[in-house]
Design a binder for this molecule. Sequence first.
Ligand code: FMN
Length: 175
Amino acid sequence: MQLYEVIRKRRSIREYETREVKNEKLEKVLNAARLAPSAKNIQPWKVIVVEDEGLREELAEAAYGQEHLSQAPYVIVICVNEKECYQEHGDYMTSFAVDGAIFTDHLTLAACAEGLGTCWIAKFNERKVKELLNVPDTYRVVVMTPLGYPAEEGRDKGRKALYEILYKNSWGKEY
Ligand SMILES: Cc1cc2nc3c(=O)[nH]c(=O)nc-3n(C[C@H](O)[C@H](O)[C@H](O)COP(=O)(O)O)c2cc1C
């Protein structure tokens, strides 16, 4: 699939088949995410691939009962080191959330190109997720996503038109 087609086709998938995902496919997707940019190229991430069914169910509980998280054969948990990442993003914040988001975006697009579904999950209790997966204190859990074959197409949620989000030269100036 061409890049623009993948970008257009990707949707949040909340129904999954239990069909196995071949290891080769999984690694292809993870490898695309590995190539994501990060501030100063620090690559401050660690990623936990959760296959164990019991753990997936507990993660869904930690995500306030979002069952779609445990339905797919894998849950991918993106963790970023808050101390190791770039500390002066915009002179006001650290880059951990941005780095983690770019990694996740590469992953979700690559998954779509491979015919797999994903869904960004940010509504979760980080403390519980860290306990379940033994994530050290220095890391933040940024996003989780199920990964598997979609059992639905996903809904087109629509987007704002380009002219609604663009300004020219200065804030408030029509593009
Ligand atoms: C940062 C972030 C957090 C999200 N958290 C959740 C979540 O906890 N549960 C969920 O089902 N969807 C979650 N989503 C999915 C969004 O609802 C979805 O991306 C949005 O409605 C647009 O739909 P689309 O992904 O199908 O284009 C999240 C998306 C993002 C980018």
